[in-house]
Design a protein around this ligand. Structure first.
Ligand code: ADP
Length: 487
């Protein structure tokens, strides 16, 4: 049994902005069910405190002149012991963990996440008398990037794994900010955390972690190339002997069409025809015409370039000519939101959008749509296509990252051997052409149903993927040159 400290800046159901929260909520739970001793650690944001109510203070420490308490709770609905880093000056703010009410980064994000990393390091080195020391700290994304770098200063330390959920967000700050953080001077160097005159939190993980992984095998390869590496591809190639890819799993309790509490009608593979009831409800919700036979395409996600939003907008004039409907849930760049709102106003029979974040509606779109649109320019893993597969909602995806690893294109051969699960398009095909192919498949009801069955049968649970993490933890502790005594 390994002792794992799982450090993250968001975890569902306590706080969520995207896929990182889904993974941080479900992987620790899967690890605990495989007998690992896991503690989850994250900041005690105002929204988190509202969800957990009062909890016990188990340690206090002064960090950067501020009093920090460690609060203990359990991740709701699980046995996962959870430690909350309570520093009201930095975390007792409403709303998004990273953005203020104007959708701008909090002005003191560098200070906030440096403090968080310092506390994680103190816990990792058992300096807070919690009577527990991890063998390994599992760090996730830039907000935890300083942990491997700071731990490297210790004479003995737990091993460190840094998981890349998205290379595009690196935690970059100017020198003046770095100068205020009271970090070791040698962190400002191009071989350490300096990156083209900026201070990079992510480089802390990439330079110092004993192991690095990305959330899909294809993304782990892609980030070693200039096209996807955001300037860090050289460093990743340099460290390639410790870089690997493990696909994300999904929480199969939360995302289960057979028991989903948000649906007007639950269904499974054997009762697939009942999916239609969810489609009718969704058309009604979005005020789209109640046409049971018109292909309904869903989209859920952040409205940012990464998600292929430009491609969707560019395709819309042609798509409006096809016998389809489109239901969108998302928020992000205001100009994208406005563009979709304009399209929806001009074509209310064909396209509708809800701008915002809505967990229940996300489930209803997964269940009520026939197909799911996910033409991401890059996608580290992607979770929505995995939910779609489970809900018999065929994903239409670009052949990148985790999308390529999890969806099998419907072609003559894959239709024959029952491995087809959706539409995967590459550079040779446009999004409109891909959707035309989808429509052809949709019109062939027996084939469509077979592909739905193939999709719903695919196992994207955590069970064997958590085993892959346990193996990686073991390899990583083996790589640690200065293990702590109980390691
Ligand atoms: P990313 O982490 O890049 O945003 P993922 O596909 O990995 O993308 O995960 C996104 C997660 O956030 C999914 O669980 C998805 O359902 C959810 N999500 C994204 N946007 C919304 C929204 N507007 N409302 C509800 N859930 C959303």
């Amino acid at each position: 049994m390994s002792k794992i400290l799982f450090a993250t800046s968001e975890a569902y159901p306590l706080i969520k902005t995207g896929g990182l929260a889904d993974v941080s909520g479900s992987l620790p739970r899967a690890l605990v069910s495989q007998k690992q001793d896991v503690r989850l650690i994250l900041p005690a944001y105002a929204d988190v405190m509202e969800k957990v109510g009062s909890c016990k203070t188990i340690a206090s420490q002064v960090v950067d002149g501020l009093t920090v308490n460690i609060l203990e709770t359990r991740l709701p609905g699980t046995k996962v012991k959870t430690w909350l880093v309570d520093c009201p000056e930095y975390f007792d703010r409403p709303g998004n963990p990273y953005l203020d009410e104007h959708n701008e980064d909090w002005h003191d994000n560098a200070e906030r996440f440096t403090l968080f990393c310092r506390v994680v390091v103190a816990v990792a080195l058992n300096q807070l008398e919690l009577n527990w020391q991890p063998d390994l700290v599992h760090c996730n994304d830039w907000q935890t990037g300083l942990v491997p770098a700071l731990l490297d200063e210790a004479p003995q330390r737990p091993a460190t794994l840094f998981t890349i959920h998205n290379m595009a967000y690196q935690g970059l700050f100017p020198f003046d900010t770095f100068a205020k953080l009271s970090l070791p001077d040698h962190f400002w160097h191009h071989e350490t955390l300096e990156f083209h005159d900026y201070f990079s939190f992510m480089k802390g993980g990439l330079v110092y972690a004993d192991s690095i992984n990305a959330v899909s095998p294809t993304y782990a390869e892609e980030i070693k190339t200039p096209e996807f590496g955001y300037g860090l591809d050289g460093l990743l190639r340099y460290r390639q002997s410790v870089v690997s890819g493990i696909l994300n799993g999904i929480d199969t309790t939360e995302w289960n069409p057979g028991t989903d509490k948000y649906l007007v009608q639950t269904y499974n593979r054997r009762t697939l025809s009942k999916k239609q009831i969810n489609k009718a409800a969704l058309q009604q919700h979005f005020s789209l015409p109640a046409e049971p036979d018109t292909l309904l395409l869903g989209f859920i996600g952040r409205l940012v370039e990464q998600k292929g939003v430009d491609d969707i907008l560019q395709a819309l004039p042609a798509l409006m000519e096809l016998p389809i409907q489109i239901a969108i849930l998302g928020s992000g760049q205001p100009y994208y939101e406005q563009d979709f709102l304009d399209w929806a106003q001009r074509h209310p029979q064909k396209i509708a959008i809800t701008v915002g974040y809505d967990e229940a509606l996300a489930h209803q779109i997964e269940a009520g749509s026939d197909a799911f649109l996910m033409p991401s320019r890059f996608e580290p893993c992607g979770l929505n296509q995995l939910y779609s597969l489970r809900y018999g909602t065929l994903p239409v995806v670009r052949d990148v990252g985790g999308l390529k690893d999890t969806v099998t294109d419907s072609q003559v051969e894959t239709l024959e051997n029952n491995s087809a699960t959706g539409i995967v398009f590459s550079k040779d095909e446009t999004l409109v052409e891909a959707i035309q192919r989808l429509l052809t498949l949709y019109k062939d009801t027996p084939k469509w149903k077979q592909v739905q069955h193939n999709a719903m049968q695919q196992d994207n649970s955590w069970s064997h993927r958590a085993c892959a993490y346990i193996e990686l933890y073991e390899q990583t502790t083996g790589r640690n040159p200065r293990p702590v005594k109980n390691a």
